[in-house]
Design a protein around this ligand. Structure first.
Ligand code: PEP
Ligand code: MG
Length: 869
């Protein structure tokens, strides 16, 4: 079996076998770039090493030695030859880049004899001994696992003795003494002499790199980045070149385009007379790469051309490491450059314009989730790096926010009126908080999951929200919260990152990105390719207009209960819920009707004739009931009840399990007059907008939480009878549809029956997930993190659809529904509608559209295009 490949035997497609670095070194070698010679020991050899109980087999050792001889001939130098020594670097390189996680050894091949050869060849004894002492230290640390500090002590002592400040002041003679002392450390620590045979050094180093695959930081890096543990790393053995042999030498790193903006101009830095690690260590301040033009014009020209060639060759922005040895350029690494979302978009569009890539390639290489960076404020990088992390909750709604904390919506509104920047901090949010949520820069809650009230409402507003942050203890009465032993009082500054769930102490400066023309171009291309339609979940004309601006093609879910989360309306809603008689309820409903109608008119106008799905009331009742005594007293007075009676009524409505209680269609079955009022508002508004504004509105009336076919057939009649009545009243021939949510598992199982009546389906994957797992949406935040940490769940099923379980129900619902009605329109309006991974799944099962919060519309458009490609 072939375990070792010369660089010229490989290519860029062999990442699995040669690792990313090895494959790219091979590719660069084969396109004729100046790459120092070398070979790669494969990832399979790494696996074999572990299979053989951490031993290199004779066959592998044989091949390493054989390739070493080939390398010697190629370089016209010899391993261990005192007159003309070959020195090599030994570096790890797995299939997936794991920067800094595994080990590297430089200058391998140095010993008491070759060090003299290097001194002679470079005419620089100091350089030779400095390399030697660095090699012993690196080897001792990485291969022999002797703590680095032991070596550092010796170095520091030598500097102190001579009164030096910098390492560079050490003379050749000082360094010779240090080498002796270093070797003694090795002997004392391992009981053996430092290995002087280069071949022995090489094998030991290769084994050490294989071992470093399983060091703790590499293992955690793989866990964090979903990299499998069983693929192993390759090892690259490459002849050394030196950037630190004088002023005609140097080293640097450069991107072919600006990784922050995407601008097409070399971006990077270099140092004269330095080694790669000096650039990274930040001891000296590097110069802008473009200044190399003045210092070494020839080398710069060659580098510039090479960078362009590499970008053309890989058809993507490259991140390149190079070294200049005695005015000669060497390429040490190239890889795809990491970039910000703005840079990714700019580069992708410009590369299409340059003819480098196709539109399809441009679409496919963008990360939809990263678009969030462009749509929401972010923290200024420098300010963020100085910030102290306090706690982490769920990343409920993206963006960055900073402000003074307040514990009630009222306090937030007052502070905002006084021109303050605020954050609303609550144990959990309820409908009364809506105005405070609107006014605040961001929201922090101690309880609740990704689909809790706070999360859903915040996403709808495009407002930063961290939810379910269990480690903060909120005391609303005392107007403070505590984390560990720190106390934060009303008016103190904190900052939130809703994209990561991080909560920081103090204020952090935020920046609001601007949408570029490139962004619009990517969206336009996405629309050419996608087959899934993208709608939005919106409950207000404002949200609806934002969504239209982001490209929404309709409303997939208008949650009518959200329209009542308003302090002026809440009393009527409460009266409606708490009414003891039909008359009383109808009176309350009559108050609500004009408000609802106004809402719908605003929304229809904002949508300019695009389809609008309005869902009948689905309030988990507990969200609407007054809790505080003063509210209960006010309501009692208002409704002419005794306070005692009022409390009894409220208690009578209290449920053990409100999410599984009297909500959704169940409410309308008990009180059909609610469905009648809402249908009236929906229809009258549509007729009015059609007549006055000329938009051809076709309302889609949606009945929530159906699990039994008869629930739907009963309510469909209520809705249709009302709608027809209004058409007659208004002498209108307006069209409308009646459909249903698919959000109870049972509904998906009898979808064929339901499709007899329903004119469309919309999957409510929030409830469907809640009920399929039996996880409460509002409480799951408490344990989901533990589930993820312990590997029980790969991710939060409320965030990304569980394809094998919940997905199976969705698929069944689609198949059964379309068995009855082959062209049944089917969408999804749960939070998964804006999640790229879930969108791939919804595309694959043939949904007609996804519906998501306004700020996720661009993400969904891009993801839907990727799914179609
Ligand atoms: C759902 O359950 O997925 C849904 C969209 O409805 P809601 O979140 O309002 O329960
Ligand atoms: Mg639901």
């Amino acid at each position: 079996k072939k375990w070792v490949y010369l660089f010229k035997e490989g290519n860029a497609n062999m990442k699995e076998l040669l690792g990313g670095k090895g494959a790219n070194l091979a590719e660069m070698t084969n396109i004729g770039l100046p790459v120092p010679g070398g070979f790669t020991v494969t990832t399979e050899a790494c696996t074999e090493y572990y299979n053989q109980d951490k031993k290199l087999s004779d066959e592998i050792v044989g091949q390493i030695n054989e390739y070493m001889s080939i390398l010697e001939k190629e370089c016209e130098k010899e391993f261990g030859n005192a007159d003309n020594p070959l020195l090599v670097s030994v570096r790890s390189g797995a299939k997936f880049s794991m920067p800094g996680m595994m080990d590297t050894i430089l200058n391998l091949g140095l010993n008491d004899e070759t060090v003299a050869g290097i001194a002679k060849a470079t005419d620089n004894e100091r350089f030779a001994f400095d390399s030697y002492r660095r090699f012993i230290q690196m080897f001792g640390d990485v291969v022999q696992e002797i703590g680095k500090e032991k070596f550092d002590h010796v170095l520091e002592a030598a500097k102190e003795k001579n009164g030096y400040k910098d390492d560079t002041e050490l003379t050749a003679d000082d360094l010779k003494e240090i080498v002796v002392a270093y070797k003694k450390i090795v002997k004392d620590e391992t009981g053996e002499d430092f290995p002087l045979d280069p071949k022995e050094q090489l094998l030991m180093a290769i084994e050490a790199v294989f071992r470093s695959w399983n060091n703790n930081r590499a293992i955690s890096y793989r866990n964090m980045n979903d990299i499998p543990h069983d693929i192993g790393t390759a090892v690259n053995v490459q002849s050394m070149v030196y950037g630190n042999m004088g002023n005609d030498c140097g080293t640097g790193v450069a991107f072919t385009r600006n990784p922050a903006t995407g601008q097409k101009k070399l971006f990077g830095e270099f140092l004269i007379n330095a080694q790669g690690e000096d650039v990274v260590a930040g001891i000296r301040t590097p110069k802008d790469i473009n200044e190399l033009q003045d210092i070494m014009p020839e080398v710069f020209k060659q580098f510039h051309e090479t960078a362009e060639l590499l970008e053309k060759h890989y058809k993507d922005m490259q991140d390149i490491e190079f070294t200049i040895e005695k005015s000669k350029l060497f390429m040490l690494q190239t890889r795809t450059g990491k970039r910000t979302a703005a840079a990714a978009i700019c580069a992708a569009v410009e590369m299409v314009e340059e003819g480098l890539i196709t539109k399809e390639e441009a679409i496919l290489r963008l990360d939809p989730i990263a678009l969030d960076q462009l749509l929401h404020p972010t923290f200024e990088a420098a300010a963020l790096s100085a910030a102290e992390l306090l706690a982490t909750g769920l990343p409920a709604s993206p963006g960055a926010a900073t402000g003074k904390i307040y514990f009630t919506a009222e306090a937030v509104c007052t502070a905002v009126a006084n021109g303050e920047e605020t954050l609303l901090v609550r144990k959990e949010t309820s409908p009364e908080d809506i105005e405070g949520m609107y006014a605040a820069n961001g929201i922090l809650t101690a309880r609740g999951g990704m689909t809790s009230h706070a999360a859903v409402v915040a996403r709808g507003m495009g407002k930063c929200c961290v939810a379910g942050c269990e480690s903060i203890k909120v005391d609303e009465a005392a107007k403070q919260f505590t984390v560990g032993n720190q106390i934060f009082k009303e008016g103190d500054y904190i900052s939130l990152n809703g994209s990561t769930g991080s909560v920081y102490k103090g204020g952090i400066k935020t920046v609001t990105p601007e949408l570029s023309g490139h962004f619009g171009q990517i969206m336009a291309w996405s629309d050419e390719f996608r087959t899934l339609k993208v709608r939005t979940n919106a409950d207000t004309p404002k949200d609806a207009s934002v969504a239209v601006r982001f490209g929404a093609e309709g409303i997939g879910l208008c949650r009518t209960e959200h329209m009542f989360f308003d302090e002026h309306r809440l009393p009527s809603v409460r009266r409606m819920i708490l009414s003891e008689s039909k008359e009383q309820r109808e009176k309350a409903l009559a108050e609500i009707l004009p408000m609802q109608k106004e809402d719908f008119i605003g929304i229809y106008k904002a949508m300019e004739g695009r389809p609008v799905t309005v869902r009948l009331l689905d309030p988990p009742l507990h969200e609407f009931l007054p809790k505080e005594t003063k509210d209960i007293e006010a309501l009692a007075a208002d409704m002419g009840f005794d306070v005692e009676d009022m409390i009894t009524i409220i208690q009578g409505l209290e449920e053990f399990n409100p999410m599984l209680g009297h909500r959704g269609c169940r409410l309308a079955i008990t009180y059909p007059e609610i469905a009648e009022m809402q249908t009236r508002a929906i229809m009258e508004a549509a007729i009015e907008v059609k007549e006055k504004d000329g938009f051809n509105v076709i309302p889609e009336i949606m009945i929530p939480l159906i699990g039994i076919n008869e629930e739907l057939t009963y309510l469909e009649k209520v809705v249709r009878n009302t709608a027809e009545l209004i058409k007659t009243e208004k002498k209108s021939d307006i069209e409308y549809l009646v459909g249903t949510m698919m959000e109870i598992p049972r509904a998906t199982l009898i979808a064929d029956q339901i499709a007899e009546t329903a004119e469309f389906f919309s999957f409510g994957t929030n409830d469907l997930t809640q009920m399929t797992y039996g996880f409460s949406r509002d409480d799951a935040g408490k344990f989901i993190t533990d589930y993820k940490d312990k590997g029980i769940l790969p991710n939060d099923p409320f965030q990304s659809i569980d394809v094998e379980g919940v997905g199976k129900l969705v698929e069944m619902g689609v198949t059964l529904g379309r068995k009855t009605k082959p062209d049944l329109k089917i969408g999804v309006c749960g939070e998964h509608g804006g999640d790229p991974k879930s969108i791939f799944f919804f595309h694959s099962v043939g949904l007609s559209y996804v519906s998501c919060s306004p700020f996720r519309v661009p993400i969904a458009r891009l993801a839907a295009a990727q799914a179609a490609l």
